[in-house]
Design a protein around this ligand. Structure first.
Ligand SMILES: CC(C)(COP(=O)(O)OP(=O)(O)OC[C@H]1O[C@@H](n2cnc3c(N)ncnc32)[C@H](O)[C@@H]1O)[C@@H](O)C(=O)NCCC(=O)NCCS
Ligand SMILES: Nc1ncnc2c1ncn2[C@@H]1O[C@H](COP(=O)(O)OP(=O)(O)OP(=O)(O)O)[C@@H](O)[C@H]1O
Length: 194
């Protein structure tokens, strides 16, 4: 079974594209969601995160996402420290998840893949892109947030140009119907090759 990565910057539409692959019968591991589960379930992560951010990192056992976000997205050292606690555990959890799947290929949807050379552990990668202003508008519509908060996250992610040269497939996600067609095309290519 082939293992692919599905990535894209904030607001690019990678979760939207992930659900299109899922509708075609492809299992997709959503790293954002699983990371947040592990950040509560894993004692080692809870202790590492508490050491790094203090007791405020959890409120009654619930991950204090806004507090942690306020600590990391304008502090590269803290973000790197958090990533180094969370990412290895997510990678192991993903490997365990893969063993339970039976499909021509599976996908790991994650915001950060190329930034930490994750593509080296994958058979192929799919990059979802959209213009920066479109991405900002989408996130402003989706979340209770502001432009500055979004830009801070973007600043911790590679540009589309830097990622594009490393990706096996690229989907420019502007029009949903076009994106769905492109997903079907890539799916058929992958099935043919496997
Ligand atoms: C700081 C946290 C608690 C904020 O949670 P929140 O619910 O606000 O955001 P969520 O995790 O859903 O991520 C939303 C988007 O933010 C961006 N983002 C999240 N983590 C990172 C990161 N480590 N580096 C760059 N961008 C990131 C991505 O575009 C992502 O899709 C959370 O993002 C986190 O713990 N991040 C570090 C671990 C990680 O990298 N998780 C992502 C998958 S492994
Ligand atoms: N082609 C599109 N046209 C219009 N809206 C879109 C399109 N693709 C996605 N969206 C919307 O934009 C928002 C961001 O999409 P999505 O959540 O899939 O992005 P993401 O890359 O997973 O974001 P994040 O990194 O913040 O988790 C969502 O509200 C989604 O419904």
């Amino acid at each position: 079974m082939k293992i692919g990565g599905l990535t894209g910057g904030i607001g690019s539409g990678k979760t939207t594209v992930a659900s299109m692959f899922n509708e075609l019968g492809i299992p997709v591991y959503i790293a954002d969601v699983e990371a947040k589960r592990l950040m509560v379930e894993s004692e080692a992560i809870v202790s590492g995160v508490t050491k790094l951010f203090g007791a405020e990192a959890y409120v009654d056992g619930v991950l204090n996402r806004s507090y942690i976000a306020s600590q990391v997205f304008d502090n590269k050292e803290k973000l790197t420290a958090l990533n180094s606690i969370v990412h290895p555990a997510v990678h192991q959890d993903f490997k365990d998840w893969v063993t339970t799947k039976n499909a021509p290929y599976v996908l790991k949807e994650a915001a950060i893949i190329f930034e930490n050379e994750g593509e080296k552990k994958l058979d192929f990668t799919i990059l979802v892109t959209a213009p920066i202003e479109t991405r900002i508008d989408r996130v402003l519509k989706r979340d209770k947030t502001d432009r500055d908060t979004i830009l801070k996250r973007m600043n911790n992610q590679w540009s589309d140009d830097k990622k594009r040269v490393l990706a096996t497939y690229c989907i420019e996600n502007i029009d949903v119907a076009d994106t769905r067609e492109h997903v079907k095309y890539i799916h058929n290519q992958l099935i043919e090759k496997i």
